[in-house]
Design a protein around this ligand. Structure first.
Ligand SMILES: Cc1ncc(C[n+]2csc(CCOP(=O)(O)OP(=O)(O)O)c2C)c(N)n1
Ligand code: SF4
Ligand SMILES: [Mg+2]
Length: 352
């Protein structure tokens, strides 16, 4: 494996698979499960970012399974940080590099800082630190939240990102209660985009759409300042399916409209991949049952549960102010007062 020695001058957008860098900077030697999509996110992330990158990772599968004593798959400098501390680690490392360069102790060059966290570490425990980092526009960093929808490393406990009704070790199905978990998944990228106008780049992605993911990573690193990307990562162990179906399940999460792909770049929303095609009416949203029935964690679902799930996803697409992104609806009487156009994208007439 050859690692290019030249620093990143720029990170151009990748036009197709032939453009994807050949170098592997996340290699064999890790012990994640077969079919682990979060490990694939790590691989794509560092491929896109290149060798002049420091990676920081909070506790979770991507720390524990990736850095067993004396072994590591990381070719770039890597540091563990405490569960919940990805935001603080990103900000501190970026600030430290800036000071060292200002004092002449390091050559003044572009070094990417990426801090990753799981859904437990980022969407639950570390949300405050991520929010704080996204307000400091003078420091460059990317925070990547890899979302396997549970506290996977400690045996699949429920997090705020666990989908409605799913079985985890904290939400088993039983005779008295079929569904132990009845809260809808927290909308982290939408919430962060809506509340952090200083951050120039916030996106939702999926490793099943690798080029889209890599381009989002590059855009985040190129625009500078604090940025954030959230990926949905099928996890064979926690979601209970055969490892060969990880990519397919990532595709289904997007094609059913459960996980919309988008980016908010300089406060402008841009839908990407199949999400854009669905919104434009060029692709039909698949029924959620096609996604749910493939996973053991939803095996206890009755038709009624599936209908409820479908109804909530339909609401995301048909009622939310920005489909799948901003969950506001506007009172009929206030429509005229607000400068918003709520016409669905596929109904907007294209200019002749
Ligand atoms: C403060 C603290 N509490 C609990 C733990 C135990 N712990 C280690 S990894 C982990 C799960 C983290 O879940 P997530 O962030 O979603 O990452 P995943 O394991 O799913 O990759 C927990 C609870 C810890 N290391 N530190
Ligand atoms: S439990 Fe899930 S996230 Fe953790 S290593 Fe296995 S597949 Fe990956
Ligand atoms: Mg997790």
């Amino acid at each position: 494996m050859a690692v290019a020695a030249t620093p990143n001058a720029t990170l151009p957008q990748i036009k197709g698979v032939k453009d994807v860098p050949y170098d592997e900077l996340f290699v064999s030697g890790h012990r994640t499960c077969q079919g682990c999509e979060s490990a694939l996110v790590m691989r794509h992330m560092i491929k896109a970012a290149g060798p002049r990158t420091i990676v920081l990772g909070s506790t979770g599968c991507m720390y524990v399974a990736n850095t067993t004593y004396y072994t590591t798959p990381w070719v770039v400098p890597w540091m563990h940080t405490q569960l919940g501390a990805a935001g603080s680690a990103a900000l501190g490392t970026s600030a430290g590099l800036k000071v060292l360069m200002r004092k002449g102790k390091l050559p003044n060059e572009k070094i990417n800082v990426i801090a990753f966290c799981g859904d437990g570490g980022g969407a639950d425990m570390g949300l405050g630190a991520i929010s704080a980092t996204l307000t400091h526009k003078e420091y460059n960093s990317l925070i990547l939240l890899y979302d396997n929808e549970s506290y996977a490393n400690t045996d699949i406990q429920l997090s705020s990102m666990t989908p409605y009704g799913a079985i985890t070790t904290f939400s088993p199905t039983g005779k008295a209660k079929r569904l132990m978990h009845t809260r809808w998944k927290k909308n982290v990228p939408g919430m962060l985009a809506a509340g952090h106008p200083e951050s120039r780049y916030i996106a939702a992605a999926c490793a099943g759409y690798a080029v889209d993911l890599m381009n989002k990573i590059r855009r985040a690193l190129e625009v500078g300042g604090p940025t954030f990307i959230h990926t949905i990562d099928p996890c064979p162990k926690g979601w209970d399916y055969h490892p060969q179906y990880s990519q397919e399940l990532g595709h289904l999460a997007v094609e059913t409209g459960i996980w919309p792909l988008y980016e908010v770049f300089d406060n402008k929303l841009n839908l990407t991949g199949p999400t854009r095609q669905i919104a434009e009416g060029r692709k039909k949203r698949k029924p959620v049952v096609e996604y749910l029935k493939r996973q053991g964690r939803f095996a206890h679902f009755t038709d009624e549960d599936v209908d409820h799930f479908q109804g909530e996803v339909d609401k995301m697409w048909e009622k939310w102010l920005i489909p799948g992104v901003i969950p506001f609806t506007i009172a009929e009487k206030d429509r005229a007062l607000l400068r918003v156009d709520t016409t669905p994208l596929h109904e907007v007439k294209k200019p002749a």
